[in-house]
Design a protein around this ligand. Structure first.
Ligand code: PHE
Length: 447
């Protein structure tokens, strides 16, 4: 498409993709699932799923976006003219709507925690982390304001465009993120008794693997790699034709997985060192860690580093989700980028406010037995993401002509890829991935 935005460099593409993948999923969800699902055993299954299943799914999304060079709705029509598969892109947009609504609220909490850490509240001696967390999330005004601040950051970066906004800022933020999480991990691993946490993380007890662990690991791999809702597709549509798809997707997955493992090394040793319960769920980051910071030498500084990391990670992921929606408004409705950003800001300002209020003022408002926040989480992670991924692999495996798929994977035959590898990827895309994802989906629905 003439005059369409694009990434300016290979490094820019890779950091933007990694920025999308690395987020609250790595820093908050991954460690808590590790804690609940047996540590090393969970990590082992997780890694297996990333390699054999999720990378091929990411390849499919990337391939659709790069070949069509258009948004998540238009892409399917572009590749198979006359096909009705555009609904898959629309489902992705719906999923993004649900995820952004609650994700930006949690992003707002991270801004609030960052501000508190800058005021050295966690190390002041008078802070009760669990009361602080519950007071914040249930208050009617404060978290809404922080949510709006977080959303404003996101919208402003997107409004600046792909190269001048997304690429420029994520290029700065991602290396910073890696440096910060490594510093925190080193601090945590050198605490007395930290080795118990590392043993828990890296010494798998295979007897712990059961159906639940398999499902959790697969779902987490999905969420963490931003699969199934058109995010990777949209970013790939800004990628030049010379880039190597297999390399881009492999690097993104490696960066995300490495970050998750380092996040595990940052959190688990500290949790074990302070004798805390690893399987605390959502409270792990917001309740347990401030308690730990309070007892650490230089804890005030560690808290600032950590919550700044959390904020940046949430920001780069939220940018990628909002971009799916803005791209669609720009490409399909020929809207100006700035106008699309204002509309999305207003929309998510309202939907996020409802999610935030559902933690306090609107806690009694239940739809399908869930409050609004949990409903958004459920609809996106348990329904729309797996469903979207099933359709994406089916589209590439069964609907797109095989020569087109191979042509795109090898950049018209110019990238030398071993024949066995292409064959293995194609078999996974056509048969193995749809079956496996269907299993997660059904299990998620029946839970
Ligand atoms: N991968 C992001 C995280 O780990 C979340 C995300 C999901 C981002 C889907 C984009 C799309 O936090």
């Amino acid at each position: 498409m003439k005059g369409r935005n694009s990434f300016g460099s290979r490094f820019g593409v890779l950091v933007a993709m990694a920025g999308s993948a690395v987020g609250l999923g790595n820093l908050w969800r991954f460690p808590y699932l590790l804690g609940e699902d047996g540590g090393g055993a969970f990590l082992f299954v997780y890694l297996l799923f990333v390699v054999v299943l999720c990378i091929p799914i990411m390849i499919c999304e990337f391939l659709i976006g790069r070949r069509s060079q258009t948004d998540a709705f238009g892409a399917f029509k572009e590749l198979v003219p006359g096909s009705k598969w555009g609904f898959v892109g629309l489902m992705g947009v719906f999923a993004s709507v649900f995820i952004v609504s609650f994700y930006s609220v949690v992003g707002g909490w991270s801004v609030n925690y960052l501000v508190s850490s800058l005021q050295f509240k966690f190390t002041s001696g008078s802070c009760d982390p669990s009361e602080m967390f519950s007071t914040l999330v249930s208050s009617p005004v404060k978290p809404v304001i922080y949510h709006l601040i977080f959303l404003l950051f996101t919208a402003l970066i997107i409004a600046a465009g792909v190269k001048k906004g997304i690429e420029r800022y994520t290029k700065l933020m991602m290396p910073l993120l890696f440096v910060m999480i490594i510093i925190i991990a080193i601090r945590s691993m050198t605490l007395p008794g930290a080795s118990a946490g590392l043993r828990y993380l890296f010494k798998p007890d295979f007897s712990k693997i059961d159906g639940q662990v398999l499902l959790d690991a697969l779902g987490q791999a999905f969420f963490s790699l931003s699969l199934g809702i058109g995010t990777i597709l949209t970013y790939a549509s800004y990628v030049k034709k010379e880039e190597n798809i297999l390399k881009c997707t492999a690097y993104t997955s490696i960066a995300d997985t490495l970050f998750a493992i380092i996040a595990g090394c940052a959190i688990m040793p500290a949790v074990f060192s302070f004798g805390l319960e690893p399987g605390q769920g959502p409270g792990l980051v917001f309740v347990t860690l401030p308690g730990i910071f309070a007892q650490l030498p230089l804890g005030g500084v560690a808290a600032i580093l950590f919550f700044f990391t959390l904020f940046l990670a949430a920001l780069t992921s939220c940018i990628s989700m909002l971009e799916v929606i803005v791209a669609l408004m720009v490409d399909e409705f020929k809207m100006k980028r700035g106008v699309a950003c204002v509309i999305t800001f207003i929309f998510f300002g309202i939907s996020g406010t409802l999610c935030s209020l559902s933690q306090g003022t609107l806690a009694d408002l239940h739809i399908l037995g869930k409050n609004i926040f949990d409903l958004c989480d459920f609809c996106s992670a348990n329904i729309l993401m797996p469903l979207g991924a099933i359709f994406i692999v089916l589209f590439v495996g069964w609907k797109m002509p095989k020569p087109d798929v191979i042509d795109e994977l090898t950049n018209g035959g110019t990238v030398k890829t071993p024949a066995w590898l292409l064959k293995a990827i194609y078999i996974i895309i056509r048969y193995i991935a749809p079956v496996f994802i269907s299993i997660i989906f059904l299990a998620g629905m029946l839970k």
